[in-house]
Structures are given as C-alpha cells and as structure tokens.
Design a protein around this ligand. Structure first.
Ligand code: SF4
Length: 148
C-alpha cells in the first residue's frame, strides 16, 4: 500500500490542461487555490453532505483526514463565494459560469456516473488511499487544517 508523505501543509492541485490533479501537499509553504476562509456554517453543511454522500455512494474518506478536510473547506469556500460547491481541485477560467453550468458542482458528474473523485474526497474501497471511515468531525477539520 502506498503511503502519503508527512508534511505540514496542503494545497489543491490545479491543472488547466489534462486531467485534474488531486489535492497535493507542498513542503514549502501553502499553495492553495482559495485563500478566503469559508464560514463555519458552510463548512458544517459540506461536512454533513460529505458524510451522507460517502455512505450513499459506498465510498470512504482518505486515510489522511487532512486531505478530506482541505477539500471540504474548498467546497465550503465556493459555496460561500459562488453559491454552489464547485469542485475545488480544478482551474476555471470563469468560476461563476462553471458553478452555474453544474457539471463540476459536488458531487460532480464523473463522481455520480463512475465514482471518480479526483479530489480524493470520496474513495472506493480498492483505492490505496481509502481509509475505513465515512465520518469526519468539525474538530478533525479544524485540527488538520489549523496550520494552513
Ligand atoms: S466528487 Fe467531484 S466535485 Fe466533489 S470533490 Fe470529488 S472531484 Fe470534486
């Protein structure tokens, strides 16, 4: 089984060409697509959504809950700023138009159709990084993203 490298910060991979990148970590500093801290209310909404959708889709959170946390916060930030939980792991030329179009609003079409979550929020059991949990607390989210 592959392991995730220990580090202190996360970023959400950005790619405008080719397949989107999953959340990644950087050794030096934080490189995050979103710099605005989401509201606690939206984080809670996306936390609950993530738990419910993991159960519904029979998928699991990453063995490293820091990955789960950063994606949930990215979704919450988009919910605050765009009114929709646009996938935080992609580059968009026009975020508002993408949010309105809906293809990449979570759960995105690839997830709904093929259980493909490139953010590593929802992992099928055969994924090397899949943990055994479908729950994450607000405390876990705060703890794992405290230094970001
Ligand atoms: S399900 Fe789709 S929109 Fe939601 S986090 Fe995963 S890749 Fe992004």
């Amino acid at each position: 089984m592959r392991t995730l490298q220990a580090s202190t910060s996360y970023s959400i991979g950005i790619s405008s060409v080719g397949p989107p990148a999953p959340p990644t970590r950087h050794r030096h500093g934080i490189v995050a697509q979103g710099v605005v801290e989401p509201t606690e209310k939206s984080v809670e909404i996306m936390r609950k959504f993530s738990e419910q959708y993991a159960r519904k889709s029979s998928t699991y959170f990453c063995v490293d809950k820091g990955v789960t946390s950063v994606v949930i916060k990215g979704l919450a930030e988009h919910k605050d700023t765009l009114g929709a939980p646009l996938c935080p792991c992609r580059h968009y030329d026009d975020k508002a138009a993408e949010a309105q179009q809906g293809f990449w609003n979570c759960p995105c079409v690839p997830m709904r159709e093929r259980k493909e979550c490139h953010c590593m929020l929802f992992l099928t059991p055969d994924n090397d990084f899949a943990g055994q949990e479908q729950t994450i607390s607000m405390e876990e989210i705060k703890e794992t993203t405290a230094n970001m």
